[in-house]
Design a binder for this molecule. Structure first.
Ligand SMILES: CC(C)(COP(=O)(O)OP(=O)(O)OC[C@H]1O[C@@H](n2cnc3c(N)ncnc32)[C@H](O)[C@@H]1OP(=O)(O)O)[C@@H](O)C(=O)NCCC(=O)NCCS
Length: 367
C-alpha cells in the first residue's frame, strides 16, 4: 500500500469509536470504527482497499451515486475494524485488499481473508447513513453482531405510526417529551441492530421486533422477537435481546453482540474470573483501595460494597453474559445468613449458571 493508502487507514481518518454513553464495556474485545466522509476520491479509494472481486462489484454497481459511495464507505470501515481486530489478536497486519467482505444470501456481511486462520474469524456488522458509516467486529464467527446508525436531522416526524405498535408508542409517551424524537430513533435503530445480528434484517416485519423495555439512563433497549421473527429463531422465545443505544450529536447509534448461542463461546471459569476482576476494577476505580482487587477480595467486608453496588454488579454480569441468573436469591441468602462473598466465589456462581461444572464450593460461607 502506498503512503496515501496508509493515510486512509490512519486512525485519524477511520477512527476507532464508541459514542459517549454507549459502553463497549460488555464487549471490551470488540472493535468499532466510524468514518464520516469518503477519505479521498471514490475510485482511488476503491483501488486502495477493494479485492479484485469487490472491485468488479464496485464497477458493476448501478443506481444512485449515494448508494455506491455508502457501500464503499461501509467497506472502508469494515476492513479497518477487521484489520484492527486481527492486529490486536495476532502479529498479522492484513492489507485491506486481502480482506474480502462477502454478503451471505440475506445480505449479512461475512469476512473472508485468505491469511486469516480459523481462530481469527471475525463476525461483522455494517451501517451507513447520510455520509457516515460504522462497522462493528468481534473475533467470534458464531457471534450475532448488529450495528445501526441513523441521522436525527433527516427523520420524518410521522415515522412512529408506521414503525411502532401502540404498546411501543406508549413507551415513548412515558419518556420526557423532549426526548421522544431521539428515543423513537433509538428504538428503530435497536430493531435494525437485532435484525442484522440475526442475519435476516427486518424482513419478518417491523412488529416482529417488539420493543419491550427502554432505559433512559443507560440507553438499553430490550427487544423481544414476535411471530414472524420467532418462526426463524424459536430459541429466542421469552428471551429479550439487549441492545445498547446512544446519541452523539445528530446521530443515534445502536449495537448488539449476542454470543450465548455459540456453544464454544461458553466462557471458561478463568475467563469469568478475569471479567469479574475487570468489572470490579471499573466499578471501584474511584474508591481508593490500598491494594489491588484480587480473586480472594470479599465484596462487603473488604471492598466496602453496599447492597446497591452488588445489584449494579449483578446486573452488569447478567447483561454481559445475556443470561438471567438467580442473583436475587444469592443476595437474599447472603443478607439473611450474614455471609460475605469473594470474587472467586462469585465466579463459581456465574460459572455454574452459565452451564459450567459446579465448583466444589459454588458459594461457601466465608465468615
Ligand atoms: C438489513 C437492513 C436492516 C439494513 O438497513 P438499512 O437501513 O437499509 O441500511 P444500513 O445502512 O443500516 O445497513 C446496511 C448494511 O446492512 C448489512 N445487511 C444487509 N442485509 C443484512 C442482513 N440480512 N443481516 C445482517 N446485515 C445485513 C449490509 O452490510 C449493509 O451494508 P452493505 O450493503 O453496504 O454491505 C434492511 O435493509 C432490511 O431489513 N432488509 C431486509 C429486507 C426488507 O424486507 N426490508 C424492509 C423492512 S422495512
Amino acid at each position: 500500500m502506498n503512503a496515501f493508502g496508509s493515510l486512509v487507514y490512519d486512525s485519524s481518518v477511520t477512527r476507532a469509536w464508541m459514542p459517549a454513553g454507549c459502553p463497549l464495556g460488555p464487549w471490551p474485545e470488540a472493535v468499532c470504527v466510524r468514518l464520516d466522509d469518503l477519505p479521498c476520491e471514490p475510485n482511488v479509494l476503491a483501488d486502495l482497499i477493494l479485492s479484485p472481486a469487490e472491485r468488479e462489484h464496485w464497477e458493476s454497481m448501478r443506481g444512485v451515486e449515494k448508494r455506491r459511495h455508502e457501500w464503499l464507505l461501509g467497506r472502508c470501515v469494515a476492513k479497518a475494524a477487521v484489520r484492527s481486530l486481527i492486529a490486536r489478536n495476532s502479529d498479522m497486519c492484513l492489507s485491506p485488499t486481502g480482506i474480502e467482505i462477502v454478503p451471505d444470501p440475506y445480505g449479512r456481511p461475512l469476512v473472508r481473508a485468505a491469511t486469516v486462520m480459523q481462530r481469527l474469524q471475525p463476525a461483522l456488522s455494517i451501517a451507513h447513513s447520510h455520509g457516515s458509516a460504522v462497522a462493528l467486529a468481534v473475533l467470534d464467527p458464531e457471534a450475532r453482531v448488529g450495528i445501526d446508525l441513523e441521522s436525527l436531522a433527516h427523520r420524518r416526524e410521522d415515522f412512529e405510526a408506521i414503525a411502532f405498535s401502540p404498546d411501543e408508542r406508549s413507551l415513548l409517551t412515558a419518556l420526557p417529551p423532549d426526548l421522544r424524537q431521539e428515543w423513537a430513533l433509538r428504538m428503530w435503530c435497536a430493531k435494525e441492530a437485532v435484525g442484522k445480528a440475526l442475519g435476516r434484517g427486518l424482513s419478518a416485519g417491523l412488529l416482529a421486533f417488539h420493543i419491550a423495555h427502554v432505559e433512559n439512563a443507560s440507553g438499553i433497549v430490550e427487544v423481544e422477537l414476535r411471530d414472524g421473527a420467532l418462526a426463524h429463531f424459536p430459541g429466542f422465545r421469552g428471551k429479550p435481546l439487549i441492545v445498547y443505544t446512544a446519541r452523539e450529536s445528530n446521530f443515534v447509534f445502536s449495537a448488539i453482540i449476542y454470543q450465548q448461542g455459540a456453544v464454544r463461546m461458553r466462557p471458561s471459569r478463568q475467563e469469568i474470573l478475569e471479567y469479574l476482576l475487570h468489572k470490579m476494577g471499573e466499578l471501584t476505580q474511584d474508591w481508593d483501595y490500598p491494594d489491588p482487587v484480587r480473586p480472594e477480595s470479599r465484596l462487603f467486608t473488604e471492598l466496602g460494597f453496599e447492597s446497591l453496588d452488588a445489584v449494579v454488579l449483578c446486573t452488569a454480569i447478567q447483561e454481559h453474559y445475556q443470561t438471567p441468573m438467580p442473583f436475587a436469591e444469592l443476595l437474599a441468602e447472603i443478607g439473611q445468613q450474614q455471609r460475605d462473598l469473594s470474587i472467586d466465589e462469585l465466579a463459581d456462581f456465574v460459572n455454574t449458571h452459565l452451564g459450567g461444572s459446579a465448583g466444589a464450593d459454588a458459594v461457601r460461607r466465608v465468615q
